[in-house]
Design a protein around this ligand. Structure first.
Ligand code: IVH
Length: 715
């Protein structure tokens, strides 16, 4: 057994790193890895450090020095990659049975009222009908899903991208708030909630980390995340994590009929639930509770960043359902952003994947709400000049200059922003900022089109910044997410001329696979990592249509819109054909596109023009030829209306039009606004007029609302 004594390696320990042979270096690195790992275990698991901090540091430094001299010998389990005791990669993946969603946000009282109005409208509830909500703190931690089968905790998973998370079961078992066994629970029960760290525990942990010479954490949330995501569960065990349950996923039997009763049931099963959870009967009470929680915020002892409102009646929650990533029945009312003043040291211009020139503020570092901020967005040239999107003055017309004192704020996780400027502290020599009219990356003209707030580089694919940003977007997590091919590698490959468009990624193996020489000789690449990369690329040849559309980086098409497009067109062939045939502004393909709920004229124009632009299209076609694009999964393929085109007309009495449409779509049907030969079913309520006549002429199956509900199984 290797002893963690902190002494030197018996053979080479005293030798200068320069004098080591490769073999000797490899042997000493292996020895150091074992020594340091043993020391970590002694410290974290056994609470019995058997090596002094100074010896520990000396071993780490020796390890780093040898790695610097022999980078190719760096081990997969290198101690220099161990942050606070574990390697930051390598959890198993867990596919969530029920997706883990995020929440929409409200930032003002008006938005809370609008939330209530939207729900009433969707459900067809009059303004004076009772409608109860729950209100509870939004815990600022990380969400966790716990799966119990027959009362036993069998799996714990982080949220990940919502569909697939990381398996952190061993770690979750070390958290005292998480029961291992439940009595009286449904056979299958997934409990969801937030892992967090209290302020006191956070301060104590950072103190311990400091003493141990280990990394300290910026805030309790980072500390909680860093502690839960440890490959060595013993480390998690040594960290004081807590858990509040507030939701559920997969279930074999309902927990209750209301949100509040379901939470009470979770509490009765032994989970911690938040004591500040109440039920309210409308926006006024919700806002009153928000104000109360905001007053208590500083004294709660843990971080919260808002209040979450949920429709209490679970049957109504089911009817309301989900948009692509957020429930219609819940919203997070966020606390106002935190503010700080600092000096604007410089303004840099970044060029994005659509050519947008974005001004970035370089700030004298300042702490805003517990996080050190040194960069912030300045939006666009009008924002710097003190003009809003409508041309009217903002900040009473005060412009922002390098050298100014500026007010920085951050709300949630978003990029910090500049809110205001202090003219009283403006240096005498500060000059108005001159926004560049050429691209700083490729010197092409940067043009601002009428009605566009943003100045854009006209260089297209010749602009290296645009090309690289497009590639970075392409490999990002919500897009192709290729292991081993991140932003850094993309930059390297682009500057080497190996990859200029996404399609080039898929020919890398053919171009380098046999010799491997060029890649292998690059700093940071060995034979194994290169072949792993090629495998990871091949793994992603099979890709869902939604991801593919998203990864193309089409302006205005985010993840949600890509999902809408994929679900509507189903296959790449159908999508591509429709976009090729469409004309902007009119015609059947255009009408069909903008009929999609959530697709407007601006996005539609952007998609069509991109797919019809020759160079762009050539690059997309080469990409698609290298892929196996999976057709969009109709949300339900086994429903009797999957794939059918349905039209609703007349008055619906048991649901609103919006609800009818959303439910039909969730069952895989296409909902159209007009009757044609393609229509499969017309659902006609009282007062149906010309559409019913036309359907009869065309021989389209027609039914009333009750028959429709019977057909879809919710009568
Ligand atoms: S409900 C389907 N309740 O906020 C909705 N989420 O921004 C499920 N969060 O991912 C979430 N406190 O990590 C809910 N009381 C609370 C919460 C809460 C914190 C987190 C959660 C979620 C994120 C959404």
């Amino acid at each position: 057994m290797v002893q963690a004594t902190g002494r030197e390696h018996p053979e080479t320990g005293g030798m200068p790193v320069n004098d080591l042979s490769e073999d000797q270096a490899a042997r000493e690195l292996a020895w150091l890895a074992a020594q340091l790992q043993a020391a970590n275990t002694a410290y974290h698991r056994d609470d019995a450090p058997d090596i002094s901090d100074a010896d520990y540091d000396a071993l780490k430094q020796r390890n780093a020095a040898i790695e610097a001299q022999f980078p190719e010998l760096k081990r997969a389990d290198s101690p220099s990659e161990v942050v606070g005791g574990a390697i930051a990669e390598g959890f198993g993946k867990v596919q969530h049975v029920v997706r883990m969603l995020s929440l929409g946000n409200a930032f003002s009282d008006d938005e809370v009222t609008e939330f209530d109005q939207r729900i009433r409208k969707y459900l067809g509830l009059p303004d004076d009908a009772p409608l109860a909500y729950t209100a509870e703190p939004k815990i600022d931690g990380l969400s966790l899903s716990l799966r119990y089968e027959d009362g036993t905790l069998v799996q714990a998973a982080t949220r990940g991208d919502g569909a697939v998370g990381e398996n952190v079961t061993a770690n979750a078992r070390t958290i005292a708030d998480i029961p291992q066994q439940l009595r009286g629970a449904p056979d299958v029960l997934e409990v969801r909630g937030e892992v967090y760290m209290s302020h006191a525990d956070f301060a104590a942990l950072n103190e311990r980390q400091k003493v141990a010479g280990a990394k300290t954490f910026a805030n309790p949330r980072n500390a909680a995340a860093g502690s839960l995501r440890q490959l060595d569960a013993e480390i998690t065990k040594s960290r004081p994590l807590r858990f509040f349950a507030y939701a559920w996923g997969d279930l074999s039997a309902p927990l209750a009929e209301t949100q509040s009763a379901a939470i009470a049931r979770l509490a009765a099963l032994g989970f911690s639930t938040n004591p500040l959870t109440v039920t309210c009967d409308g926006p006024d009470q919700l806002i009153a509770h928000y104000t109360q929680i905001e007053e208590q915020r500083a004294n709660l002892g843990y971080d919260i960043d808002g209040v979450v409102y949920k429709v209490d009646d679970l049957a109504l929650q089911r009817r309301l359902g989900f948009r692509s990533t957020t429930p219609r029945w819940a919203i997070a009312h966020k606390f106002p952003a935190e503010l700080a003043w600092t000096v604007l040291e410089a303004i840099d211009i970044q060029v994005g994947r659509t050519g947008a020139l974005s001004p970035v503020a370089r700030l004298r570092p300042v702490t805003v709400g517990g996080v050190v901020v040194s960069n912030a967005t300045l939006h666009n040239e009008d924002y710097i000049a003190g003009r809003g999107g409508d041309g009217n003055p903002i900040r009473e017309g005060r412009d922002i200059r390098v050298g100014d004192w500026v007010q920085v704020y951050r709300a949630g996780d978003v990029i910090p922003k500049i809110k205001d400027v202090d003219l009283g502290r403006r240096p005498d020599d500060a000059r108005p900022y001159a926004f560049p009219d050429v691209c700083p990356e490729c010197q092409s003209a940067a043009i601002r089109e009428a009605g566009d707030a943003v100045r854009r580089c006209t260089g297209g694919m010749i602009c290296p910044a645009q090309a690289v940003e497009k590639l970075k977007h392409f490999v990002s997590r919500a897009a192709f997410d290729i292991e081993g091919l991140g932003a850094k590698q993309v930059e390297q490959f682009y500057s080497d001329g190996w990859i200029t468009t996404p399609a080039d990624i898929f020919t890398l193996r053919d171009r380098f696979g046999t010799g491997l020489q060029q890649l292998k000789n690059r700093e940071g690449w060995g034979e194994k990592s290169a072949s792993n990369l090629f495998d990871a690329i091949d793994d992603k040849r099979q890709i869902s249509l939604a991801r593919l559309i998203y990864s193309l980086g089409i302006r205005h098409v985010g993840e949600n819109s890509a999902t809408l497009l994929a679900n509507h067109y189903g296959t790449w062939a159908a999508f591509e054909q429709a976009m090729t045939q469409a004309t902007v502004g009119s015609g059947p393909a255009w009408d069909d596109l903008i009929a999609i709920d959530g697709v407007g004229a601006v996005m539609a124009t952007s998609v069509i023009t991109t797919l019809q632009q020759e160079a762009e299209r050539d690059s997309i076609d080469r990409l698609v030829a290298a892929l196996d694009v999976q057709a969009a999964q109709a949300v339900a393929t086994d429903s009797p209306v999957a794939g059918k085109t349905v039209v609703f007309t007349g008055t619906l009495e048991r649901m609103t039009r919006a609800e009818a449409k959303a439910r039909a779509e969730a069952l895989g049907a296409k909902v159209s606004g007009s009757v044609s030969a393609k229509t499969d079913i017309l659902v006609a309520g009282p007062g149906a007029g010309s559409k019913a006549t036309k359907a009869a002429e065309l021989g389209v199956e027609t039914m009333d609302e009750d028959a429709w509900l019977a057909l879809i199984g919710t009568a």
